[in-house]
Design a binder for this molecule. Structure first.
Ligand code: HEC
Length: 113
């Protein structure tokens, strides 16, 4: 009897943990492949390096996803000066679904290539 009760409560616990993980997961609305094309079209690489490729005026973005999340990027990219008035990054001219795609791409950048 006790063993059944333990199994039941473990199952309940697992259900709660998984439900929590589903709520905490970031929304995956953007398309990273489209975002990578936007990154190239917007010339982000003029100033940013990913792996070995790109300029050095801005910080390296090789593992930017380990440092920044979707909410931060959404506030920052269209208006970097709103986050920090002394910021030297030019506003990204990307809006709506394109911004979702660009953010989705940046969130794939977790390690060096
Ligand atoms: C003219 C150069 C330039 C261009 C072009 C540029 N950036 Fe930046 N970016 C910067 C600089 C400089 C900073 C750091 C700003 C500061 O801290 O003052 C920065 C910061 C960032 C950060 C924050 C990184 C961190 O670790 O905090 C992200 C993300 C970013 N840029 C993404 C982009 C994307 C995406 C594009 C293309 C749409 C882009 N940048 C285009 C210069 C540039």
């Amino acid at each position: 009897m006790n063993r059944i009760r333990t199994v039941l409560s473990l199952t309940a616990l697992l259900a709660i943990v998984f439900a929590g993980a589903a709520v905490a997961a970031p929304p995956q609305s953007g398309d990273p492949a489209k975002g990578e094309k936007l990154y190239a079209a917007q010339k982000c690489s003029m100033c940013h390096r990913i792996g070995e490729t790109g300029g050095k005026m801005g910080p390296e973005l090789t593992s930017v996803a380990t440092k920044r999340d979707a909410a931060w990027l959404r506030a920052y990219l269209p208006d970097p000066k709103a986050v920090d008035p002394k910021n030297k990054m030019p506003a990204a001219k990307v809006t709506g679904g394109d911004l979702n795609d660009l953010i989705a791409y940046l969130l794939t950048l977790k390690t060096g290539k």
